[in-house]
Design a protein around this ligand. Structure first.
Ligand code: ATP
Ligand code: MG
Ligand code: MG
Ligand code: MG
Length: 468
């Protein structure tokens, strides 16, 4: 069955609505009342108070398609077929209502009957200890025992609190997509077995001492990657070729004057830009603004990385703001706020891009001066302190320092640079702890100058009014 990303999203939510779930819109990427979290990274994250019992949910069965940011996956973007910094997680949740049996049966029904994935391509993982899940998969669903793999890692917990085993559903993309290693099987990090859905069975409460007590009211938390299932349904080699991302690649191809599929290096850059453009657009729409700390720093880092990849393909002028139109079109039927906030989003991106280009020009000039100096001294090792100053004081990306030195047959005193970097990270961490829920809005200083207590919705509304 071939479905567009939008159709798949709708089908999933309609399916769970038919199983009496309350369908809620995606929550903002900015966590509400949760200082432990910088950005929402999973469908369950906005529902934490319902899982811990701190708040009563509006329904014991909820289903969503949640916007997620996972910067931890940033290095994987474009290198694996399946990782994004921004993606959408489809999910169904039970707060003390149904449990394992229904969660497994419905996931299977959706995949094999609603969207008609071939059963023989699906593999299951469960936790080593979870005989209950094994019995359901084996006896009620009828999966061969050899296709139910027990893994030690299939246990979900973050410190003390509700936790439990999980069961993942993987799609076998075929031997040709595998790493070819003799021990390649489900769970291997290569591209053969695509993890599409994770079913978490929150059945224990873990105390501070590490004791697990069964919960009186057990919960279900599931998460399925929209882009990953779309890639399977659309028969594409990666998420990036689906209609959820490819229009951005096509647009960027024109801007850069390159084609997709001709060079591995260029493909990575096109994929990184497609991914990062979605992240940046949605983060700004949800009220994140570039800054040097917290979520604003995540945004700045992702945006600058996209610019860097543009430069790798020879794009030397600001180009990201124009991509917002393409992103808003892709999400027109689900995140219509992108269209409404387009002018604002573009302005923020444009300003940040221009600022970064100035930084780059300045940094290149400074570094070239050092390089010339070193040439005269017959020196080929740039000291760590100078490189770190370029990075820390001038905001010059350290990867560029490496590259430019390399082009000149030179090197960097990496140990000294790493040491300075480590010290800076420690400083930043303690600063972040102190100011976690405050942001500064330096880039829009012409519009908003005061330091504000963080309230994204109010901030965005205020800035939109100012821009009118
Ligand atoms: P992987 O092992 O592939 O990194 P994961 O186990 O970290 O995935 P979960 O935390 O279980 O992922 O998230 C639930 C689902 O969300 C996954 O099964 C997958 O379909 C999707 N997903 C997770 N991370 C990403 C990502 N970075 N980009 C796109 N989809 C993702
Ligand atoms: Mg992961
Ligand atoms: Mg996984
Ligand atoms: Mg998983």
């Amino acid at each position: 069955m071939i479905l567009t990303g939008s159709e798949l999203r709708k089908k999933f939510l309609q399916f769970f609505a038919s199983k009496e779930h309350l369908v809620l819109p995606s929550a903002s990427l900015i966590p509400q009342d949760d200082p432990s979290l910088l950005l929402i990274g999973a469908g369950m994250a906005p529902f934490k108070p319902f899982f811990t019992g701190k708040m009563k949910p509006p329904s014991e069965r909820i289903s969503t398609c949640q916007k997620c940011i996972r910067t931890g996956d940033i290095e994987n973007v474009g290198r694996t077929a399946r990782h994004h910094t921004f993606f959408e997680m489809l999910g169904n949740f039970s707060f003390g209502n149904y449990f394992k049996k229904e969660a497994i049966a419905w996931a299977w029904e959706f995949l094999t009957e609603e969207i008609k994935l071939p059963k023989d391509k699906l593999w299951i993982t469960i936790h080593t200890s979870d005989d209950e899940a094994f019995d359901i998969w084996r006896n009620e669903i009828g999966i061969y025992a050899e296709k139910i793999i027990r893994l030690e890692d299939n246990f979900w917990e973050i410190g003390p609190g509700p936790c439990g085993p999980c069961s993942e559903i993987h799609f076998d993309l075929g031997e040709a997509r595998g790493c070819g290693k003799p021990d390649c099987q489900v769970g291997c990090s290569c591209d053969r077995y695509l993890e599409i859905w994770n079913l978490v069975f929150t059945q224990f409460d873990r105390d501070e001492a590490g004791n697990y007590t069964p919960l009186a009211k057990k919960n279900i938390d599931t998460g399925a990657g929209l882009e990953r299932i779309a890639s399977v349904l659309q028969g594409k080699p990666s998420n990036f070729e689906t209609d959820l991302l490819f229009p951005i690649i096509e647009h960027t191809m024109k801007v850069a004057g390159v084609s997709y599929g001709t060079s591995a290096k260029t493909d990575v850059s096109l994929k990184v830009i497609a991914d990062h453009a979605r992240s940046v657009t949605v983060m700004i729409a949800d009220g994140v603004l570039p800054s040097n700390e917290g979520r604003g720093y995540v945004l700045r880092r992702v945006l600058r990385r996209a610019v860097r990849h543009g430069r790798l393909m020879g794009i030397e002028r600001p180009f990201l703001a124009d991509i917002v139109d393409v992103v808003a079109d892709i999400f027109a039927d689900v995140y219509s706020d992108l269209n409404e906030k387009k002018a604002f989003i573009k302005k923020v991106i444009q300003q940040e891009e221009e600022r970064f280009h100035t930084t780059l020009a300045q940094g290149i000039e400074l570094l070239n001066a050092h390089v010339n100096d070193m040439k005269q001294r017959n020196d080929i090792l740039l000291d760590g302190a100078t490189a770190f100053k370029l990075y820390d004081t001038f905001g010059f990306p350290w990867e560029l320092t490496f590259e430019i030195l390399e082009e000149n047959g030179m090197q960097l005193d990496k140990a000294a640079f790493d040491e300075a970097m480590k010290e800076q990270r420690e400083r930043a961490r303690s600063a972040r702890q102190e100011r976690d829920d405050k942001i500064i809005i330096p880039d829009l200083s012409a519009l908003v100058t005061q330091r504000v207590t963080y309230n994204p919705a109010a901030e965005t509304a205020k800035i939109l009014v100012l821009l009118q």
